[in-house]
Ligand binder design. Structure first.
Ligand code: UDP
Length: 331
Protein backbone atom coordinates (compact mmCIF):
# COMPACT_ATOMS: atom_id res chain seq x y z
CA UNK A 1 0.00 0.00 0.00
CA UNK A 2 1.42 3.38 -1.04
CA UNK A 3 0.74 6.32 1.25
CA UNK A 4 1.37 9.87 0.06
CA UNK A 5 2.35 12.14 2.95
CA UNK A 6 2.04 15.85 2.23
CA UNK A 7 4.15 17.88 4.63
CA UNK A 8 6.21 14.80 5.46
CA UNK A 9 9.34 16.87 6.20
CA UNK A 10 7.71 18.72 9.11
CA UNK A 11 7.79 17.83 12.79
CA UNK A 12 4.74 15.56 13.01
CA UNK A 13 4.90 14.57 9.33
CA UNK A 14 8.49 13.29 9.56
CA UNK A 15 7.69 11.16 12.63
CA UNK A 16 4.65 9.74 10.82
CA UNK A 17 6.70 8.93 7.71
CA UNK A 18 9.23 7.22 9.93
CA UNK A 19 6.58 5.08 11.65
CA UNK A 20 4.93 4.22 8.32
CA UNK A 21 8.30 2.98 7.00
CA UNK A 22 8.92 1.02 10.21
CA UNK A 23 5.55 -0.66 9.77
CA UNK A 24 6.31 -1.64 6.17
CA UNK A 25 4.27 0.89 4.19
CA UNK A 26 5.46 2.21 0.85
CA UNK A 27 5.73 5.98 1.31
CA UNK A 28 5.96 8.99 -0.99
CA UNK A 29 6.48 12.44 0.53
CA UNK A 30 5.63 15.89 -0.77
CA UNK A 31 7.04 18.96 0.94
CA UNK A 32 7.93 22.50 -0.16
CA UNK A 33 10.54 22.73 2.62
CA UNK A 34 9.30 26.17 3.69
CA UNK A 35 9.11 24.96 7.29
CA UNK A 36 10.14 21.32 6.84
CA UNK A 37 13.61 19.77 6.62
CA UNK A 38 14.77 17.41 3.88
CA UNK A 39 17.02 15.65 6.42
CA UNK A 40 13.97 14.80 8.55
CA UNK A 41 12.54 12.51 5.86
CA UNK A 42 13.31 8.81 6.24
CA UNK A 43 15.61 7.68 3.38
CA UNK A 44 13.24 4.87 2.43
CA UNK A 45 10.52 7.34 1.39
CA UNK A 46 10.48 8.81 -2.14
CA UNK A 47 10.70 12.58 -1.86
CA UNK A 48 9.00 15.12 -4.16
CA UNK A 49 9.86 18.77 -3.67
CA UNK A 50 6.84 20.96 -4.42
CA UNK A 51 3.80 22.81 -3.22
CA UNK A 52 0.30 21.54 -2.45
CA UNK A 53 -1.16 24.53 -4.32
CA UNK A 54 0.70 23.63 -7.53
CA UNK A 55 -1.81 21.61 -9.57
CA UNK A 56 0.65 20.53 -12.27
CA UNK A 57 3.11 19.32 -9.66
CA UNK A 58 0.44 17.32 -7.80
CA UNK A 59 -0.79 15.87 -11.12
CA UNK A 60 2.75 14.68 -11.86
CA UNK A 61 3.14 13.00 -8.48
CA UNK A 62 -0.29 11.33 -8.67
CA UNK A 63 0.55 10.10 -12.19
CA UNK A 64 4.02 8.78 -11.24
CA UNK A 65 2.90 7.11 -8.00
CA UNK A 66 0.08 4.62 -7.52
CA UNK A 67 -1.35 6.22 -4.40
CA UNK A 68 -3.82 4.37 -2.19
CA UNK A 69 -4.27 6.98 0.51
CA UNK A 70 -3.12 10.41 1.57
CA UNK A 71 -1.98 11.86 4.90
CA UNK A 72 -2.09 15.64 4.80
CA UNK A 73 0.13 17.76 7.09
CA UNK A 74 1.13 20.48 4.62
CA UNK A 75 -0.09 23.62 6.37
CA UNK A 76 1.08 26.71 8.23
CA UNK A 77 0.44 26.48 11.96
CA UNK A 78 1.66 29.53 13.87
CA UNK A 79 -1.32 31.21 15.51
CA UNK A 80 0.08 34.76 16.01
CA UNK A 81 1.36 34.79 12.43
CA UNK A 82 -2.11 33.79 11.23
CA UNK A 83 -3.55 36.85 13.02
CA UNK A 84 -1.18 39.10 11.08
CA UNK A 85 -1.40 37.26 7.75
CA UNK A 86 -4.78 35.47 7.57
CA UNK A 87 -4.81 35.24 3.78
CA UNK A 88 -1.48 33.38 3.80
CA UNK A 89 -3.22 30.75 5.94
CA UNK A 90 -6.40 30.53 3.88
CA UNK A 91 -4.28 30.30 0.73
CA UNK A 92 -1.79 27.63 1.77
CA UNK A 93 -4.03 25.67 4.10
CA UNK A 94 -7.57 25.99 2.77
CA UNK A 95 -6.94 26.58 -0.94
CA UNK A 96 -4.23 23.92 -0.80
CA UNK A 97 -6.83 21.43 0.45
CA UNK A 98 -9.20 22.24 -2.41
CA UNK A 99 -6.41 21.66 -4.91
CA UNK A 100 -5.44 18.37 -3.27
CA UNK A 101 -9.01 17.05 -3.20
CA UNK A 102 -9.50 17.95 -6.86
CA UNK A 103 -6.41 15.99 -7.84
CA UNK A 104 -7.41 13.07 -5.58
CA UNK A 105 -10.82 13.01 -7.19
CA UNK A 106 -9.34 12.97 -10.72
CA UNK A 107 -7.02 10.09 -9.74
CA UNK A 108 -9.68 8.15 -7.87
CA UNK A 109 -7.88 8.33 -4.52
CA UNK A 110 -10.59 8.04 -1.90
CA UNK A 111 -8.96 8.18 1.54
CA UNK A 112 -7.37 11.05 3.41
CA UNK A 113 -6.13 11.45 6.98
CA UNK A 114 -5.91 15.09 7.91
CA UNK A 115 -4.00 16.93 10.64
CA UNK A 116 -6.57 19.17 12.27
CA UNK A 117 -6.30 20.96 15.57
CA UNK A 118 -7.86 21.80 18.90
CA UNK A 119 -7.74 25.40 17.60
CA UNK A 120 -10.91 24.57 15.63
CA UNK A 121 -12.83 24.60 18.94
CA UNK A 122 -11.75 28.07 20.05
CA UNK A 123 -12.56 28.96 23.66
CA UNK A 124 -13.99 25.73 25.12
CA UNK A 125 -17.42 25.69 26.72
CA UNK A 126 -16.54 22.63 28.77
CA UNK A 127 -13.49 20.56 29.76
CA UNK A 128 -12.65 17.96 28.59
CA UNK A 129 -13.46 18.97 25.02
CA UNK A 130 -15.52 16.46 23.06
CA UNK A 131 -15.53 16.06 19.28
CA UNK A 132 -19.20 17.09 19.21
CA UNK A 133 -18.54 20.41 21.00
CA UNK A 134 -19.05 23.65 19.04
CA UNK A 135 -16.22 24.64 16.75
CA UNK A 136 -15.77 28.41 16.97
CA UNK A 137 -12.14 29.25 16.14
CA UNK A 138 -10.63 32.40 17.62
CA UNK A 139 -7.86 32.80 15.04
CA UNK A 140 -7.35 32.39 11.27
CA UNK A 141 -5.20 29.28 11.74
CA UNK A 142 -8.06 27.43 13.47
CA UNK A 143 -10.54 28.86 10.98
CA UNK A 144 -8.45 27.69 8.02
CA UNK A 145 -8.36 24.15 9.45
CA UNK A 146 -12.08 24.13 10.28
CA UNK A 147 -12.79 25.16 6.70
CA UNK A 148 -10.60 22.26 5.53
CA UNK A 149 -12.65 19.84 7.67
CA UNK A 150 -15.87 21.20 6.17
CA UNK A 151 -14.55 21.02 2.62
CA UNK A 152 -13.64 17.36 3.18
CA UNK A 153 -17.16 16.70 4.48
CA UNK A 154 -18.76 17.97 1.26
CA UNK A 155 -16.12 16.26 -0.90
CA UNK A 156 -17.07 13.00 0.81
CA UNK A 157 -20.77 13.49 0.02
CA UNK A 158 -20.08 14.42 -3.60
CA UNK A 159 -17.13 12.21 -4.52
CA UNK A 160 -16.98 9.56 -1.79
CA UNK A 161 -13.57 10.72 -0.55
CA UNK A 162 -13.48 9.39 3.02
CA UNK A 163 -11.59 11.37 5.63
CA UNK A 164 -10.37 11.18 9.19
CA UNK A 165 -9.67 14.56 10.81
CA UNK A 166 -7.31 14.23 13.79
CA UNK A 167 -7.62 17.20 16.12
CA UNK A 168 -4.29 17.54 17.89
CA UNK A 169 -3.90 19.10 21.27
CA UNK A 170 -0.28 19.82 22.35
CA UNK A 171 2.46 17.75 20.78
CA UNK A 172 5.95 17.33 22.20
CA UNK A 173 8.91 14.95 22.25
CA UNK A 174 11.01 13.27 19.60
CA UNK A 175 11.81 9.80 18.32
CA UNK A 176 13.43 7.89 21.22
CA UNK A 177 16.77 7.41 19.42
CA UNK A 178 17.09 11.18 18.95
CA UNK A 179 17.52 11.00 15.16
CA UNK A 180 14.51 13.19 14.32
CA UNK A 181 12.81 15.89 16.35
CA UNK A 182 11.32 19.35 16.46
CA UNK A 183 13.08 22.20 14.61
CA UNK A 184 11.04 25.35 13.98
CA UNK A 185 12.33 28.78 12.93
CA UNK A 186 11.37 30.77 14.85
CA UNK A 187 10.45 28.42 17.70
CA UNK A 188 7.18 29.37 19.41
CA UNK A 189 6.23 26.23 21.35
CA UNK A 190 6.64 25.85 25.08
CA UNK A 191 8.68 22.64 25.43
CA UNK A 192 11.37 23.42 22.82
CA UNK A 193 11.66 26.99 24.12
CA UNK A 194 12.18 25.69 27.67
CA UNK A 195 14.88 23.35 26.34
CA UNK A 196 16.56 26.23 24.50
CA UNK A 197 16.83 27.97 27.88
CA UNK A 198 18.14 24.75 29.45
CA UNK A 199 20.77 24.55 26.69
CA UNK A 200 21.84 28.16 27.26
CA UNK A 201 20.51 29.43 23.92
CA UNK A 202 18.00 31.74 25.58
CA UNK A 203 18.34 33.62 28.83
CA UNK A 204 14.94 32.77 30.27
CA UNK A 205 11.47 31.43 29.68
CA UNK A 206 8.70 34.00 29.58
CA UNK A 207 5.55 32.46 31.03
CA UNK A 208 2.65 34.07 29.21
CA UNK A 209 0.03 34.75 31.87
CA UNK A 210 -0.05 33.76 35.53
CA UNK A 211 -3.54 34.93 36.50
CA UNK A 212 -5.64 32.36 34.67
CA UNK A 213 -8.35 30.47 36.58
CA UNK A 214 -6.18 27.33 36.81
CA UNK A 215 -4.42 25.47 39.65
CA UNK A 216 -1.34 27.75 39.62
CA UNK A 217 -2.55 30.59 37.41
CA UNK A 218 -0.70 29.44 34.27
CA UNK A 219 -2.34 27.86 31.20
CA UNK A 220 -3.12 24.16 31.28
CA UNK A 221 -2.52 22.06 28.17
CA UNK A 222 -2.84 18.40 27.17
CA UNK A 223 0.42 16.87 25.85
CA UNK A 224 0.84 13.89 23.55
CA UNK A 225 4.14 12.37 22.44
CA UNK A 226 4.82 12.90 18.74
CA UNK A 227 5.33 9.18 18.07
CA UNK A 228 1.99 8.34 19.71
CA UNK A 229 0.45 11.02 17.51
CA UNK A 230 2.13 9.52 14.45
CA UNK A 231 0.72 6.11 15.32
CA UNK A 232 -2.80 7.54 15.44
CA UNK A 233 -2.44 8.45 11.74
CA UNK A 234 -1.53 4.87 10.89
CA UNK A 235 -4.54 3.60 12.84
CA UNK A 236 -6.71 6.13 10.99
CA UNK A 237 -5.44 4.80 7.66
CA UNK A 238 -6.35 1.27 8.76
CA UNK A 239 -9.79 2.50 9.86
CA UNK A 240 -10.44 4.02 6.43
CA UNK A 241 -9.03 0.98 4.61
CA UNK A 242 -11.59 -1.15 6.47
CA UNK A 243 -14.39 1.07 5.17
CA UNK A 244 -14.73 3.37 8.20
CA UNK A 245 -17.00 6.38 7.81
CA UNK A 246 -15.59 9.90 7.65
CA UNK A 247 -15.11 11.23 11.17
CA UNK A 248 -13.10 13.47 13.50
CA UNK A 249 -11.12 12.41 16.57
CA UNK A 250 -9.39 14.34 19.34
CA UNK A 251 -5.83 13.29 20.10
CA UNK A 252 -4.91 14.16 23.65
CA UNK A 253 -3.96 12.42 26.86
CA UNK A 254 -7.00 13.61 28.87
CA UNK A 255 -4.51 14.96 31.42
CA UNK A 256 -3.61 18.60 31.76
CA UNK A 257 -0.27 20.11 32.80
CA UNK A 258 0.16 23.77 33.61
CA UNK A 259 2.98 25.75 32.02
CA UNK A 260 4.56 25.94 35.48
CA UNK A 261 4.37 22.15 35.84
CA UNK A 262 5.98 21.68 32.42
CA UNK A 263 8.78 24.02 33.49
CA UNK A 264 9.32 22.06 36.71
CA UNK A 265 9.31 18.73 34.86
CA UNK A 266 11.91 20.11 32.42
CA UNK A 267 14.09 21.28 35.33
CA UNK A 268 14.04 17.72 36.69
CA UNK A 269 14.79 16.11 33.33
CA UNK A 270 17.61 18.47 32.35
CA UNK A 271 19.07 19.18 35.78
CA UNK A 272 19.28 22.83 34.70
CA UNK A 273 17.83 25.77 36.67
CA UNK A 274 15.91 27.18 33.62
CA UNK A 275 15.22 30.77 34.71
CA UNK A 276 11.65 31.91 34.08
CA UNK A 277 9.79 35.20 34.46
CA UNK A 278 6.15 36.16 34.38
CA UNK A 279 5.03 37.88 31.20
CA UNK A 280 1.67 39.22 29.99
CA UNK A 281 -0.93 36.83 28.60
CA UNK A 282 -0.50 35.83 24.95
CA UNK A 283 -3.60 36.97 23.03
CA UNK A 284 -5.99 34.16 22.14
CA UNK A 285 -4.75 31.62 24.73
CA UNK A 286 -7.67 29.76 26.37
CA UNK A 287 -7.05 29.08 30.09
CA UNK A 288 -7.34 25.30 29.80
CA UNK A 289 -7.37 22.88 26.87
CA UNK A 290 -7.85 19.21 27.68
CA UNK A 291 -9.16 16.65 25.22
CA UNK A 292 -11.68 13.92 25.72
CA UNK A 293 -9.85 11.32 23.65
CA UNK A 294 -11.79 8.16 24.48
CA UNK A 295 -13.29 8.19 20.99
CA UNK A 296 -9.87 7.70 19.31
CA UNK A 297 -9.11 4.94 21.80
CA UNK A 298 -12.43 3.16 21.32
CA UNK A 299 -12.86 3.55 17.54
CA UNK A 300 -9.28 3.65 16.23
CA UNK A 301 -7.78 1.47 18.98
CA UNK A 302 -5.29 4.21 19.84
CA UNK A 303 -3.15 3.46 22.91
CA UNK A 304 -0.53 6.12 23.58
CA UNK A 305 2.70 4.60 24.92
CA UNK A 306 3.95 7.74 26.66
CA UNK A 307 1.87 8.70 29.69
CA UNK A 308 4.58 10.48 31.68
CA UNK A 309 5.37 14.13 30.94
CA UNK A 310 8.97 13.77 32.10
CA UNK A 311 9.51 10.91 29.65
CA UNK A 312 8.04 13.02 26.86
CA UNK A 313 10.34 15.93 27.72
CA UNK A 314 13.30 13.54 28.07
CA UNK A 315 12.96 12.47 24.42
CA UNK A 316 12.86 16.13 23.32
CA UNK A 317 15.96 16.84 25.46
CA UNK A 318 17.74 13.84 23.94
CA UNK A 319 17.07 15.28 20.45
CA UNK A 320 18.12 18.75 21.57
CA UNK A 321 21.41 17.53 23.01
CA UNK A 322 22.30 15.43 19.99
CA UNK A 323 21.18 18.18 17.54
CA UNK A 324 21.92 21.53 19.21
CA UNK A 325 21.30 23.30 15.89
CA UNK A 326 18.37 21.14 14.81
CA UNK A 327 18.84 19.85 11.28
CA UNK A 328 21.43 22.58 10.76
CA UNK A 329 20.23 23.53 7.29
CA UNK A 330 20.73 27.01 5.91
CA UNK A 331 17.36 28.78 5.83
N1 UDP B 1 4.03 29.61 26.37
C1 UDP B 1 4.74 30.41 27.28
N2 UDP B 1 5.95 30.89 26.89
C2 UDP B 1 6.49 30.64 25.66
C3 UDP B 1 5.76 29.82 24.75
C4 UDP B 1 4.54 29.33 25.16
O1 UDP B 1 4.28 30.67 28.40
O2 UDP B 1 7.59 31.15 25.36
C5 UDP B 1 2.72 29.08 26.81
C6 UDP B 1 1.55 29.49 25.93
O3 UDP B 1 1.06 30.76 26.30
C7 UDP B 1 0.56 28.36 26.23
C8 UDP B 1 1.48 27.14 26.42
O4 UDP B 1 2.78 27.68 26.70
O5 UDP B 1 -0.11 28.60 27.43
C9 UDP B 1 1.57 26.24 25.20
O6 UDP B 1 1.87 27.06 24.08
P1 UDP B 1 2.35 26.47 22.69
O7 UDP B 1 2.61 27.63 21.77
O8 UDP B 1 3.46 25.51 22.94
O9 UDP B 1 1.12 25.59 22.20
P2 UDP B 1 -0.45 26.00 21.99
O10 UDP B 1 -1.13 25.62 23.28
O11 UDP B 1 -0.51 27.46 21.68
O12 UDP B 1 -0.87 25.13 20.86
Amino acid sequence: MTVLVLGGAGYIGSHTVDRLIEKGFDVAVIDNLVTGHRAAVNDHARFYYGDVRDTNFLEQVFTTEKIDSVVHFAAFSVVPESMRAPLKYFDNNTAGMINLLEVMERHNVKQIVFSSTAATYGEPKQIPIKETDPQVPTNPYGESKLAMEKIMHWADLAYGIKFVALRYFNVAGAKADGTIGEDHHPETHLVPIILQVAAGERDELKIFGSDYPTKDGTNVRDYVHVVDLADAHILALAYLAKGGASDAFNLGSATGFSNQEILEAARKVTGQPIPATKAPRRPGDPATLIAASDKARATLGWQPQYDNIQEIIRTAWNWKQSHPHGYGEAK
